[in-house]
Design a protein around this ligand. Structure first.
Ligand code: ZN
Length: 679
């Protein structure tokens, strides 16, 4: 591991600036800590509300990530007030949180890390605490003390496992006093602490100590089979994809019992050698590498039997949840509610790793953390045997309110969070507005259209707007069964399943029936009727397999209820689409699959369809093309312009739980047209 310190970047920074700088360097190296793990501090001076210069320790606040941290993420604690706590003999977690709140210079600052006391009690200027993979590999073994001695001699304090908080902080402070000259402390089953007289010294000590641990592990790995060598082979990429497409929806249902999840699949040569190995089932079952991982991955992953099918998956998840229930029953204290008992990490021999989260970002975070957990187990098994915390200690951490507090800082779920939506015709005005709305409401959205680059660009714009990775663009031709199949399959592979379909792709042609070419009639039916059939067929297959219900919304047209002249090819095909939606409502009811229809009138903004037919429609109405928009506005009861956003609102309502008991229904979005009243 290399030091990323650049004197040119650090020059001129004040104490807090240097702390932020080095914290970001640590955060940039995922082998040191992942996703919100680890914390850092520096001691210095700050001015209080009365203008007095006070001695403080700036320590990372709860809920921020080192990699992206900023000055405001480091509350200042008044050392005069914190240090007397060192003389206390005990302090409950609640007392500690309360005490630290009173020591905080700015009462509005974020809550200091649960390891803040430790940073305050050790009288070194700069302190870094990480959960480095290599350190965890050495200390999650059956003889951590002996191994630590071999690697670090007596340079580090050796601290047997203690729950983070007052007692751990006090223990480290006592050991520090007893062994002056120590460069840091090794926290068994937890991580590493280093310190130094300045920011660079502390940071580079972390790098140096972790590098030594890495080299020690590398020497033991050399010429050795990873985790006892393979017990089985990987599936070919084609069979792997087939397995995933077939089974991800089953797995999604199984892990979504309490709350729906999005799944992400990851594989790599390392992951495959791990899941295929002899020792991984046993090692992974021993528990998490550090308390911080457990919060995201749970104590253990679920190891599926090789080539598991739907029934085996359901049984395996049920057994896992049952084991969690027993673990909860055994160790919980009154008033402690059981967490979601479903696994977050599912390991599939021959295939790879599947992680679950409330959205793609969280699922990926879980996957990344477990990827590091694999490295820890591989390292530990190379130098000795992997061992983690005993069950009661693990439970104490997994259900620790102060750690759960970190999770509570996340914003509440959006209304469509945890749902996956597929939108066709997403490059057009209405499709785009729908995709934006669904993403803004928290859904993972797959935008599809003929023009791949266009939908990808829109998806990127959406992600920037919602500041999350919620949208992806995929090319799909709704008239091609192969293209539709591929797109639905890729959606399942990307998110583990599917919940919503917005069947919106359409085309239009203007001509009186006696002048209509057969090919134009057929072209309209191909997109406006058959296209909806092909997409719905494929989506409903997945919904039935997943068996968690679903919602389909068909964007049809005002013309279904009130057709206009010279619009036969369009209106007749749109009527077929409407009838198809009703049939789907009838067939889907018993499976909890709803199907509803939206009938918009003349939405011009961003519409490719209207660009093509505007002139011809104006002729049909006996007006000039530039008068057309006004004509549509004037003909409705409310004299309003119907916009894509209005259609998106109706679609959102029909997809969401707000219309949970509505199916086979038509909703008009037309400003009120008497002849188009549904009846
Ligand atoms: Zn820690």
């Amino acid at each position: 591991m290399k030091s990323l310190w650049r004197e040119s970047e650090a020059r001129g920074l004040d104490d807090l600036g240097l702390l932020v700088y080095r914290s970001r360097l640590i955060g940039r190296e995922p082998k040191l800590c992942v996703w919100g793990g680890g914390n850092t501090s520096t001691k210095g001076y700050a001015t209080d509300f009365r203008g007095r210069r006070r001695q403080v320790v700036f320590v990372k606040g709860s809920g921020s990530d080192l990699k992206t941290s900023q000055r405001r993420d480091y509350p200042a604690l008044l050392l005069d007030d914190v240090l007397p706590a060192l003389t206390f003999s005990a302090m409950t977690d609640e007392e500690m949180v309360d005490y630290l709140a009173h020591c905080t210079l700015d009462p509005k600052a974020p809550r200091p890390s649960i390891e803040a006391l430790l940073h305050a009690f050790v009288p070194e200027k700069d302190i870094d605490h990480t959960h480095a993979d290599a350190i965890l590999a050495l200390t999650n073994t059956t003889r951590p003390r002996r191994i630590a001695r071999r690697v670090f001699g007596s340079e580090l304090l050796y601290i047997p496992y203690l729950k983070p908080g007052f007692l751990l902080a006090k223990k480290v402070a006592q050991e520090y006093r007893a062994h002056p000259g120590a460069k840091g402390a090794l926290l068994v089953n937890h991580g590493l602490i280093t310190w130094g007289p300045n920011a660079r010294a502390s940071y580079e000590r972390t790098i140096d100590l972790v590098t030594r641990a890495e080299r020690f592990i590398a020497r033991h790995l050399r010429g050795r089979k990873v985790l006892g060598g393979p017990r089985l082979q990987s599936l070919s990429p084609a069979r792997r994809t087939a397995w995933l497409f077939e089974n991800l929806p089953h797995l999604r249902r199984a892990v979504s019992r309490r709350q729906k999840k999005v799944l992400t699949f990851t594989t790599s040569p390392k992951i495959l050698s791990y899941v295929n190995s002899r020792l991984a089932p046993q090692a992974s079952g021993a528990g998490a590498a550090t308390p911080d991982h457990m919060l995201r991955t749970k104590r253990v992953p679920l190891f599926l039997p090789p080539a598991a099918g739907a029934r085996q998956i359901a049984r395996a998840v049920e057994r896992y949840a049952e084991a969690h229930r027993r673990y909860y029953e055994r160790f919980h204290s009154p008033g402690q509610a059981m967490l979601d008992p479903a696994p977050r990490v599912v390991l599939v021999p021959g295939v790879g790793m599947i992680a679950a989260g409330k959205d793609l970002a969280e699922a990926r975070m879980v996957a990344e953390i477990y990827d590091h957990a694999m490295d820890v187990q591989i390292g530990a098994c190379a130098v000795d045997r992997y061992r983690s915390l005993p069950l009661p200690k693990a439970f104490e951490m997994e259900y620790w309110s102060l750690e759960l507090y970190k999770l509570s800082l996340a914003p509440p779920d959006h209304e469509l969070a945890r749902q996956v939506a597929l939108v066709t015709g997403a490059a057009g005005g209405i499709g785009q507005a729908i995709a934006r709305k669904l993403a803004a409401e928290g859904a993972q959205v797959v935008l599809t259209d003929l023009a791949r680059e266009r939908v990808r660009a829109i998806a990127r714009e959406i992600n920037q707007a919602v500041k999350a990775e919620r949208a992806v663009g995929m090319a799909m031709d709704v008239t091609s069964p192969a293209s539709v199949e591929r797109c639905v399959r890729d959606t399942v592979l990307a998110f583990g399943g599917l919940d919503y379909l917005v069947s919106n792709a359409g085309t239009a042609h203007v001509a009186a029936v006696d002048e209509l070419d057969l090919k134009d009639w057929e072209a309209s039916f191909k997109v406006n009727a058959t296209g909806h059939f092909l997409v719905a067929r494929e989506v409903v297959r997945v919904l039935k397999q997943q068996a968690t219900g679903g919602s389909l919304v068909f964007v049809a047209s005002k013309n279904v209820l009130a057709p206009g002249k010279e619009f036969g090819a369009y209106s007749a095909a749109k009527s077929a689409e409407t009838q198809l939606a009703r049939i789907l409502a009838i067939e889907g009811g018993e499976f909890g699959i709803r199907a509803n229809i939206v009938h918009p009138d003349g939405v011009f903004e961003g519409s490719g369809l209207w660009k093509r037919i505007k002139a011809a429609r104006a002729v049909s109405h006996g007006i000039r093309p530039r008068e057309l928009e006004r004509h549509y506005q004037q003909r409705n009861l409310m004299k309003v312009r119907v916009e894509a956003q209005d259609v998106a609102e109706a679609v959102f309502f029909l997809l969401s739980r707000r219309s949970a008991k509505t199916t086979g229904c038509m909703v008009t979005v037309d400003g009120g047209l008497r002849e188009a009243f549904p009846r």
